[in-house]
Design a protein around this ligand. Structure first.
Ligand SMILES: *[C@@H]1O[C@H](CO)[C@@H](O)[C@H](O)[C@H]1NC(C)=O
Length: 222
């Protein structure tokens, strides 16, 4: 874990400025929480993917979010602060995550909130609002995170519809399959390998890249 800790500290420090700017954005637009009902599914576009949470009432949102901080800090007050984008991305890579309760503001992190959007793509009707919220509350605490198999969308799908299918994962798998299986990409990668071998003449680069990339991809996909 040591290299990971070191890298995390460096990354969080380096991106603090960017996160400060994101926070400023948040202050401008206040959220009208009076329109949210207990059990509503809240959806916000955040960094690279869409984030999901369940509204519990009283300005509280239960959400399953990756966060690197618990790995190198045991300070509860620091961890309770809103999860910045750098903490989130590193949490995805390290697969450390938990179901936590935050205010609507901290949950949305400056982004626009969509309500019950997933109802349109899910083939099942949702549970009653109070049942949804109770299912969400039951799962509070640390949980293993997997980008493909268990992410924030699986969590809300489980709470609201009783299924943990993730539409994002489904889309992602379809896209990956399309890219991997396409003839163009096979041709391009072959061409790339050939040019690397020709131009660098040595094993160094074309030996190191696959050895790093393949284990990383398997780690992220599991
Ligand atoms: C979201 O769905 C719940 C039913 O689970 C409903 O009571 C609520 O009015 C919906 N909210 C919006 C904004 O559509």
């Amino acid at each position: 874990m040591f290299p990971l800790r070191f890298f995390s500290l460096f990354f969080v420090a380096a991106t603090t400025d960017y996160d400060e700017k994101e926070k400023e954005k948040k202050k401008e637009g206040a959220y009208d929480i009076s329109v949210f009902k207990r059990g509503d599914l809240l959806e916000v576009p955040r960094t690279l993917f869409t984030h999901f949470g369940i509204y519990l009432g009283n300005n509280r949102v239960a959400h399953f979010i990756p966060d690197i901080l618990p790995i190198f800090s045991s300070n509860k007050a620091t961890i309770a602060q809103m999860v910045s984008n750098s903490r989130l991305i590193l949490g995805v890579i390290a697969k450390v995550a938990s179901v936590r309760i935050d205010t609507v503001e901290d949950f949305a992190y400056g982004a626009e909130i969509l309500v019950n959007h997933t109802d349109e793509v899910c083939s099942r009707p949702p549970f009653p609002g109070d049942e949804v919220a109770r299912r969400a509350e039951k799962l509070l605490g640390p949980m293993t995170y997997s980008l493909l198999w268990y992410n924030c969308e699986h969590y809300v799908m489980y709470c609201r519809y009783g299924t943990s299918m993730s539409f994002q994962t489904y889309q992602f798998c379809k896209t990956v399959r399309k890219i991997v299986c396409s003839k163009t990409s096979a041709f391009l990668s072959a061409l790339l390998c050939l040019s690397i071998m020709l131009y660098f003449g040595s094993l160094s680069l074309h030996g190191i890249l696959p050895t790093l990339l393949i284990p990383f991809t398997i780690w992220m996909a599991s």
